[in-house]
Design a protein around this ligand. Structure first.
Ligand code: ADP
Length: 190
C-alpha cells in the first residue's frame, strides 16, 4: 500500500491536490474536514460534536477525530492506499495513525507538506469563503485562529515524520498543475 499524509496549514491546497493525486495513483482520499462537514450537514451526533469546535477555528478533540478516522480506514482497508488530508493534526493523532496502519501491516510511505506563507494563506481562505459557504472561512479572526492552532499543535509533526525519514517539503505557491508536478516528483521517490 502507498499511504500518503498530505500536510500543510489551512489553505495550503491539500484538498485540491488530493483530488488530483488520488486519481493519478488510484488512492482512497480521506479528508477529515470533509467527513466532519458531511456529518454537520446531516445533523449526526458526530456533526453536532464537531461543529462547535470547527466554527471557532479550533481542532476537534483527538479522541473524536481518531475514532472517526479509524472507522473510515477500517471500512476501506482493501484499497491500494490512502491519502490522509487534514489528519494527523496532533502528535497523538500521528501515534494513533501508526498503530491503526500497523493493524493492516502497512505504514505511512511519506508526508508531503505543502509550504505556503501565512499572508497568502489568509487571502486564499478569505477568497474561498466568498463562495464556499464555509463558516470557518468567513472571517479573519477565525482563520487566524486556525493558523495558530496549526502552529501550536500541528506543525510539530514535521519533526515526527522527519525522524522517520519520510518528510518531503513541496513549494505550495504557483499554478495548480505546477504544484501537482512537484508532488508527482516526490511520489516517484516514495
Ligand atoms: P483547512 O485545512 O482549510 O483548515 P479542513 O477541512 O481540513 O480545512 O478542516 C476544517 C476544520 O475541521 C478544522 O479547523 C478543525 O476544526 C476540523 N478538523 C479537521 N481535521 C481535524 C483533525 N485531524 N483534528 C481535529 N480537528 C480537525
Amino acid at each position: 500500500m502507498k499511504n500518503i499524509v498530505l500536510f500543510g496549514p489551512p489553505g495550503a491546497g491539500k484538498g485540491t491536490q488530493a483530488e488530483i493525486i488520488k486519481q493519478e495513483y488510484d488512492l482512497f482520499h480521506i479528508s477529515t474536514g470533509d467527513v466532519f462537514r458531511f456529518n454537520i450537514k446531516n445533523n449526526t451526533n458526530l456533526g453536532l460534536l464537531a461543529k462547535g469546535f470547527m466554527d471557532k477555528g479550533e481542532l476537534v478533540p483527538d479522541q473524536i477525530t481518531i475514532d472517526m478516522l479509524s472507522d473510515v480506514v477500517e471500512k476501506n482497508s482493501h484499497v491500494n492506499g490512502f491519502i490522509f488530508d487534514g489528519f494527523p493534526r496532533t502528535q497523538s493523532q500521528a501515534h494513533a495513525l501508526d498503530s491503526l496502519l500497523e493493524n493492516f501491516n502497512t505504514s505511512i510511505s511519506g508526508m508531503i507538506a505543502l509550504e505556503v506563507d501565512d499572508e497568502i494563506l489568509i487571502n486564499r481562505l478569505l477568497e474561498r469563503g466568498k463562495d464556499s459557504g464555509r463558516a470557518d472561512d468567513s472571517n479573519r479572526e477565525i482563520i487566524e485562529n486556525r493558523i495558530s492552532e496549526y502552529y501550536n499543535k500541528t506543525a510539530i509533526l514535521k519533526t515526527y515524520y522527519q525522524r522517520k525519514n519520510c518528510y518531503y517539503g513541496v513549494n505550495g505557491v504557483g499554478e495548480i498543475d505546477e504544484i501537482t508536478s512537484r508532488i508527482i516528483d516526490v511520489m516517484s521517490k516514495i
